[in-house]
Design a protein around this ligand. Structure first.
Ligand code: IPE
Ligand code: IPE
Ligand code: MG
Length: 246
């Protein structure tokens, strides 16, 4: 749903966060509330991805990272996992052209191994199609876990040390950042979690170290433009000190 009211007048367009990350939670509860199967909640959630991506692009957000499937979500029933991946291939097929037309670059963050071949292939195609786009990066975290990302980085660095290409004393924070899944992806400014859960659930552990966190009770399928604008107003009211003194 689009609203024609325009951005919240309290919002300062000169202080839009560069990188927004969202833990899109609450699809199941949204479905339950309306007496529908969980898959209907995921469908409504997938539709909302488009709405919020578009809203962020219009506001000038430069990077949007969306948590779509965690390495822990494999613990769900096969039926739910299958329906989630079906939905993902459908959505990517349906929206690839639109993503490209709006000059958005799609990125994937997570393990391709373990993903159904069709999902991995469709994502790869869209990543290739949009690779030179410049309006905004949309990073889909799919089969992603923050601990696994850091573990994989440690392994890559250890191999370089083993091969004599790097000395342990030369390993810095920059070295680690350069070995994450998407080395060029900036740190997160604003982390939003929908559905009122006050936890990180293994999302972008390195990149959120100084992110402002906003937890909203709104369930993901109901998190519309107005809610996004409210969240940005809240972000702009924060005093980001980064450990220093104002
Ligand atoms: C988020 O909604 C989507 C995924 C984690 C894939 P949930 O499915 O976690 O919804 P709730 O938390 O059960 O309401
Ligand atoms: C986090 O939501 C993962 C995604 C949104 C993809 P979960 O619903 O899996 O998180 P927990 O289990 O409540 O921590
Ligand atoms: Mg959940």
């Amino acid at each position: 749903m689009t609203n024609n009211k325009g951005p919240d007048p309290r919002m300062d367009m000169a202080r839009i966060p560069r990188h927004v990350a969202i833990i899109m939670d609450g699809n199941g509860r949204w479905a339950k509330r309306t007496g529908q199967p969980r898959s209907k909640g995921h469908e409504a959630g997938a539709r909302n991805v488009r709405e919020i991506t578009e809203a962020c692009r219009e506001l000038g957000v430069k990077a949007l990272s969306l948590f779509a499937f965690s390495t822990e979500n494999w613990r769900r029933s096969k039926r739910e996992v299958d329906s989630l991946f079906n939905l993902m291939t459908k959505s990517i097929k349906r929206y690839s052209d639109q993503i490209h037309k709006t000059n958005v670059r799609l990125l994937h963050m997570g393990l391709s191994d373990g993903l159904p071949a069709e999902v991995a292939g469709d994502i790869q195609k869209c990543v290739e199609l949009t690779r030179n786009n410049t309006a905004m990066d949309v990073c889909i975290a799919l089969n992603y876990g923050g601990r696994r990302e850091l573990t994989d980085a440690a392994r890559k660095i250890a191999r370089q040390v083993q091969q004599g290409e790097l000395r342990p004393e030369d390993i810095t924070e920059e070295t680690l950042a350069a070995h994450l899944y998407l080395p060029g992806h900036s740190e997160v400014d604003l982390l939003i979690r929908t559905s009122g859960e006050n936890r990180i659930s293994n999302f972008m552990l390195w990149q959120i170290s100084y992110a402002e966190i906003v937890v909203t009770p709104t369930l993901w399928p109901d998190f519309n433009r107005d809610r996004l604008h409210e969240t940005l107003v809240e972000y702009q009211s924060r005093n980001r000190r980064f450990g220093g003194r104002p």
